[in-house]
Structure formats: structure tokens, C-alpha cells
Design a protein around this ligand. Structure first.
Ligand SMILES: NC(=O)c1ccc[n+]([C@@H]2O[C@H](COP(=O)([O-])OP(=O)(O)OC[C@H]3O[C@@H](n4cnc5c(N)ncnc54)[C@H](OP(=O)(O)O)[C@@H]3O)[C@@H](O)[C@H]2O)c1
Length: 487
């Protein structure tokens, strides 16, 4: 990347900028991955000078960059940080910004605009950028990163896509889902498509079912204002869980190019069978942790779900009839993100089984966090017995194979990809709309007046018992901790 490049962060005084964006940019700078001639311009309402911005983000870098660094390294980076106060709704502030950018760049430059702002400003900011000529690609590219959440339902997501497309070409838009920047999530693609041994069994002939769990130990914390209106389905399923489902279930793309990858994700999302209205209760579970309504900022009679479990089917040749169980919630027993693929049992067992011992199916567990790695569970003969068996795990851990510092923050990868024009790990407009099409009817059924309230579960449990029953009805059980049986 030889060109002069400017990264403009809207929302520069906010939490995301301090905790994620500037630490990620600093790490990229230290690794010499940013263009030689770059600058970062922060914009927000707070009346700061450059020095105030530099001091504020230094606090974030100290805490979150994860590396030791010298005063000289910081000083060299900080000299490229600028700040301009501005209101996202005022055209004159964007005109002023255009002048500032021209002065700082003093010549042709590429520009990345990062919208780290409350979602209600996304359309406004892009409209103002368009009005003031800041999106015109005359002397360099212009790209916009949009944070999540992208809409709150299909109607709002469509409206937002339309307002963005009014000003920008789709290729200029980078809708971020930081999950896709995680090393372990990218490794899903490598695992599936750079190894020959799994692909032949990755289908309905061998897979019994798939489980995807994104569990949090924390409660709603300081996010009650947003969360109580949104709930877990909008917060976690529409984006992260359905992204993981796409990566597990999609067909091999023809190449690693953005559109080849994104086409396959869209194909698999459009094959997910919608849950019919009137049958939502058969395929979903909705929960709320005990004490949620007493949290600061939460309505005392809130019906918002903090837990959800879904059973989905994918109507295509590869997956017909294989259930995908997805669950996510707050205040659960452990913080973990994992994908478990349970294979079918052998059709017949020639070994005499010890009394009370059932053959355990093979399980492949992809542990995305916190103990990043892969576990394969299979049956082994217990030594010094005739033919007694026990399940054993073969394990790969990132930290032991690649060292403790091997896993960078997702934002590093995503910022670098956006700077390099690689949109493979960003979400295209059609996929976002398909995800909402799936989620909207579930939310509508859950939220209809007079509908059943969410099932209450105790903090520290694995969700409501109704979620266990969802699988028990199919003769299955949730698995967690990368393959160990729940309970
Ligand atoms: N924080 C995270 O870890 C995280 C993670 C994933 C996604 N996100 C998403 O990232 C976005 C930003 O989140 P955040 O947590 O950083 O929010 P935040 O801390 O509330 O920051 C919001 C920023 O927007 C600025 N702002 C608000 N109204 C403005 C206006 N009219 N004119 C100019 N500036 C204005 C604020 O400036 P002043 O304070 O100076 O007024 C502040 O810099 C959200 O969409 C969020 O969903 C955040």
C-alpha cells in the first residue's frame, strides 16, 4: 500500500475507538502493515484538541494493545493522530472536515471512513459524506466501514442499504461483523477447505447434527439501554451465529475472492428453511435470566430474551434432514464459543459393550474461544481388557502450536483487509437481508401480545430447561466445553 492514506474515525471519543480501533491500528503500525504515509483523523462531538485525543487513545492502547512498546514507538504513531470536533448532523462540519483532510493530505490520497457511531447516524453520515463530495473516487479510493448492528429488522436493514447505495457503490461498503475477523473463525475455512479428510464426511450421510453455542458469563452490564430493546436474537443470532452457520454449512467457493466466498454464504442462507408462523414454539426456546428485570436500565416488566435456542434445517442436498441447533445467552455457566459436529454412530457394533456403556458418537469440536483449538473425540480400547472402550480426545490448541502471542485481535485483520480492498470477511447487503428474513418471524411470534413469556433460568446455568427439552425431543443433548456432555 504505497498511496497516502487517511483513516477517518467517526465516533473517535467513544468506547470502540479506545478499546479496539486505535489499539488495532497501533499494532498494525508496529508490525509495519499500514501504508508508509498514513494519518488517522478522529471526529466526534467532544471539544478536544489533537493532544486530548492522543492522550485519550493512549490510555486504550496501554490497556488493550496487548504488547509492550517504547515511548518512541508511541510518539511516532501519535504524531499521525488528529482530531476535529464535529456534529454528524451538520453539513458545515463535513465541509470543514473536507478542508482539513485536503490540508493534511496535501495531494491525492485514499480514504477509509470508519463509522464507530450509534447506528442511528450511519445513514446521516454517509449522506453528508456524499453531499460534501467526500465519497467521490477521483484521486483515490473511498471506503466506508459500518459497525453493527445493521438495522433492527428486515425493513430497517433494507432502508439502510438503500440509503447507503444512494451514495456509495456496494464495493465501497464494508459491513463489519468482528466475529469474521477472529483467527479461529477464519480457520474454519482453512480446516474445511485445506484438508482433504473432512470434506467427504461433511454431509448428511455422516453428520448426525451440528450445535453452535455462543455463551456469555456476563449479564447485560452497561448495555441495558440498547440490549433491552434488542434482545439476544438481534444481538447475537442475526449476525454472529448465522455467520458461523454459513461457514460450517456452505459449499466450497471457487476461490478465496470476496464475491466467490460471499456467494456461497448467500446460497446457504437462502437454503435455511424458514420457521413457519404457528410452529415457532416447536423450533425455538426463549429465555431470560433470573434477576434481569432488576438490572439498571432494564424495564421492571421487560419480556426481552437474554437466551435463545433455535433448531434450523438447511434444505439442500448436503444437509437435508440434519438439524443445526444454535444457542446463545447471557449469564450462562461459562464464556465459550464453539461448534460441535456430532457424527452418526457406526451402523452396527461387533464389540461386546460393558454393562451400562453406550457407544459414544464421534465428535468434532471447533473451539473458537476462549481455549482456541480443535478436539476430535473417538472411541479407544481400554488397555488390558478384552474389548472395553472409552471415548478419548485428540486435541489441537492454538497456544501450544503457535505460541501465546499468536492470536491478534479481530479488528487488526478487518482494518487491514478494508485498507487492502478485500471484502471477503465483510457482509454483503443481500446476506444481511436474508438473515433478517429468518429472524423477523421468530421475533414477531415471540413478541406478539399475549404470547408466552420467556422461560426463566438461573444465572450460572446453561439456560432454561426448555432448551434441553428441545434436543431431548429429538433424542439428543447439548454438548459443551468442546465436546464434554452437559450436566
Ligand atoms: N464498544 C464496543 O465494544 C462495540 C463492539 C461492537 C460494536 N460496537 C458498535 O460500534 C458503534 C460505536 O460504539 P461505542 O461503544 O464506541 O459507542 P459510544 O461509546 O457511545 O460512542 C459514540 C461516539 O459517537 C459520538 N457521537 C454521538 N452523537 C454524535 C453527534 N451527533 N455528532 C458527533 N459525534 C457524536 C460520540 O461523541 P461524544 O461522546 O464526543 O459526543 C462518541 O464518540 C456502535 O454502533 C456499537 O454498536 C461497539
Amino acid at each position: 500500500m504505497a498511496n497516502s492514506t487517511t483513516i477517518v474515525i467517526f465516533g473517535a471519543s467513544g468506547d470502540l475507538t479506545q478499546r479496539k480501533l486505535v489499539p488495532a491500528l497501533f499494532n498494525l503500525y508496529r508490525k509495519r502493515r499500514l501504508p508508509a504515509d498514513f494519518r488517522i483523523v478522529g471526529v466526534a462531538m467532544t471539544e478536544w484538541q489533537d493532544a486530548d485525543f492522543r492522550a485519550a487513545v493512549r490510555v486504550g492502547v496501554d490497556r488493550f494493545s496487548g504488547y509492550e512498546f517504547t515511548g518512541e514507538e508511541w510518539a511516532a504513531f501519535a504524531a499521525r493522530l488528529y482530531y476535529r470536533p464535529g456534529n454528524f448532523t451538520m453539513v458545515r462540519d463535513f465541509e470543514q472536515l473536507a478542508k482539513t483532510l485536503a490540508e493534511l493530505e496535501s495531494g491525492p490520497a485514499d480514504r477509509l471512513y470508519y463509522l464507530a457511531t450509534p447506528p442511528r447516524f450511519y445513514a446521516d453520515i454517509v449522506a453528508r459524506l456524499g453531499q460534501t463530495g467526500l465519497t467521490v473516487e477521483r484521486d483515490g479510493w473511498r471506503r466506508v466501514i459500518i459497525e453493527k448492528p445493521f438495522g433492527s429488522d428486515l425493513t430497517s436493514a433494507r432502508a439502510l442499504n438503500q440509503s447507503l447505495h444512494h451514495v456509495l457503490d456496494e464495493k465501497q461498503i464494508y459491513r463489519i461483523d468482528h466475529y469474521l475477523g477472529k483467527e479461529t473463525v477464519q480457520n474454519l475455512l482453512v480446516f474445511r477447505f485445506a484438508n482433504a479428510i473432512f470434506e467427504p464426511v461433511w454431509n448428511r450421510n455422516y453428520v448426525d447434527h451440528v450445535q453452535i453455542t455462543v455463551a456469555e458469563e456476563v449479564g447485560v452490564e452497561h448495555r441495558a439501554g440498547y440490549y433491552d430493546g434488542a434482545g439476544v436474537l438481534r444481538d447475537m443470532f442475526q449476525n454472529h451465529l448465522l455467520q458461523l452457520l454459513s461457514l460450517v454449512a456452505m459449499e466450497p467457493p471457487g476461490s478465496f475472492k470476496a464475491d466467490a466466498l460471499r456467494n456461497e454464504k448467500v446460497k446457504v442462507m437462502s437454503a435455511v428453511r424458514p420457521i413457519p408462523a404457528g410452529r415457532v414454539g416447536d423450533h425455538t426456546v426463549r429465555g431470560q435470566y433470573r434477576g434481569y428485570c432488576g438490572e439498571p436500565g432494564v424495564a421492571p416488566d421487560s419480556q426481552t430474551e437474554t437466551y435463545a435456542a433455535l433448531r434450523l434445517f438447511i434444505d439442500n442436498w448436503r444437509w437435508q434432514g440434519v438439524p443445526f441447533y444454535l444457542r446463545s445467552g447471557k449469564r450462562l455457566a461459562e464464556k465459550t464459543t464453539e461448534i460441535v459436529i456430532q457424527f452418526k454412530c457406526p451402523p452396527t457394533v461387533m464389540f461386546p459393550l460393558s454393562p451400562g456403556y453406550d457407544l459414544t458418537p464421534n465428535i468434532l469440536a471447533l473451539c473458537l474461544q476462549p481455549d482456541e483449538g480443535i478436539h476430535l473425540r473417538f472411541e479407544a480400547k481400554v488397555p488390558d481388557t478384552a474389548a472395553d472402550m472409552r471415548s478419548v480426545d485428540m486435541e489441537f490448541h492454538y497456544r501450544t502450536s503457535f505460541g501465546p502471542a499468536a492470536i491478534p485481535e479481530a479488528y487488526e485483520r478487518l482494518l487491514l483487509d478494508a485498507l487492502q480492498g478485500d471484502a471477503a470477511l465483510f457482509t454483503r447487503s443481500d446476506r444481511i437481508e436474508l438473515a433478517w428474513e429468518l429472524i423477523d418471524p421468530i421475533l414477531a411470534a415471540w413478541r406478539q401480545p399475549g404470547g408466552p413469556p420467556p422461560a426463566i433460568y438461573d444465572p450460572g446455568a446453561w439456560g432454561p430447561t426448555e432448551a434441553d427439552e428441545l434436543l431431548a425431543r429429538d433424542g439428543r443433548a447439548w454438548l459443551h466445553s468442546c465436546g464434554r456432555h452437559a450436566g
